[in-house]
Write a protein that binds this ligand. Structure first.
Ligand SMILES: [Zn+2]
Length: 314
């Protein structure tokens, strides 16, 4: 380990122990950045322009707000710290919006907008998604700069404020600014952890694949007769197809044409802890039972390791 790496890690540890991470996160949690609440539009902008912008500026980034190409959707922040064209570029993604606070539902009179520590756990809206993550990432950059005066790579940051409402305009913005966002590696700290006391790094990112299921059997309206009669009922076929989705990335089509269609490559079942050392168990996730079959696949392995076809549409 190089001396500057050791020093940067020591500096990060000391920074954390001094309560600096907690203080930084507390300030960010205090912004009620509910993207589902239209009345918070100004707060969403303020989080970027009053909090994140000045923070990254202190780290030597140049930043700007990108208007959202989707009408009425919140802007995004793009920041860049360029060191040298010969160095690799890291693109960091995060989101500053949170789900609704449900202020009245917090126990013991606590507020979602006030970070509070209870028995080693920090409570506050956004601590685990996603203010905690980007606060850690930005703080890490700060500690490295403190020690080395440089990162050793070029850094770009894209922070959106609409992730919790489906990231309106994100795709369009990425297409529009493809050149500026180009990078050698993407670090998107916004996903599940296998265990709360252990860091998790996934090499890859799960995505969503949207599609329509149509059953087109014949032109016009027809009377199908009792229980379907001679004409196949598209409703029944569709229901059967939807019912067969929650399998390992395989959509059953047996009711339509026979056989199955592979939607996604189907991985092997990850080991249930044990030799892999990965905590694929439901322990500590009280009440979180796997809604899938076969039942030996726990919630974590389904969420983190296996492709899964899950119908979330209307
Ligand atoms: Zn998130």
């Amino acid at each position: 380990m190089t001396a500057s790496r050791t020093a940067a890690i020591a500096s990060a540890t000391a920074w954390f122990d001094a309560g600096s991470l907690q203080a930084e996160l507390k300030r960010r949690v205090a912004f009620p950045t509910e993207s589902q609440n239209l009345a918070r539009a100004d707060t969403l902008v303020a989080y970027l322009s009053d909090e994140i912008g000045p923070t990254v500026e202190r780290l030597g980034f140049q930043w700007q707000l990108w208007p959202n190409p989707a009408e009425g959707a919140p802007p995004m922040l793009f920041a860049e710290r360029h060191e040298d064209a010969s160095l690799p570029t890291v693109l960091i993604y995060g989101h500053g919006d949170v789900v609704a606070g449900y202020d009245a539902q917090w126990s013991d009179g606590r507020s979602p907008w006030e970070l509070c520590a209870i028995e080693g756990k920090w409570f506050g809206r956004g601590t685990a998604d996603n203010k905690g993550q980007h606060t850690v990432n930005l703080a890490a950059l700060g500690r490295v700069l403190e020690q080395r005066g440089r990162l050793g790579f070029n850094a770009k940051l894209l922070l959106e404020m609409g992730e919790e409402i489906g990231s309106p305009g994100l795709r369009m913005a990425c297409e529009r600014h493809a050149e500026r966002l180009s990078a050698d590696v993407l670090i998107a700290s916004d996903g599940p952890r296998l265990s709360s006391d252990r860091s998790t790094i996934f090499l890859g990112s799960r995505g969503a694949f949207n599609f329509d299921l149509d059953v087109v059997l014949r032109e016009g309206a027809h009377h199908s007769g009792n229980w379907g009669g001679l004409l196949a009922n598209p409703g029944t076929i569709l229901a059967s197809a939807i019912a067969s989705i929650p399998m390992d990335g395989v959509i059953g089509r047996s009711s339509m044409r026979g056989g199955t269609a592979k939607l996604l490559g189907c991985g092997r079942t990850p080991r249930q802890g044990g030799a892999s050392g990965l905590p694929y168990t439901n322990e500590g996730r009280k009440g979180a039972r796997s809604p899938f079959r076969p039942s030996n696949r726990c919630v974590l392995s389904r969420r983190c390791a296996r492709p899964a076809g899950t119908d979330t549409g209307p």
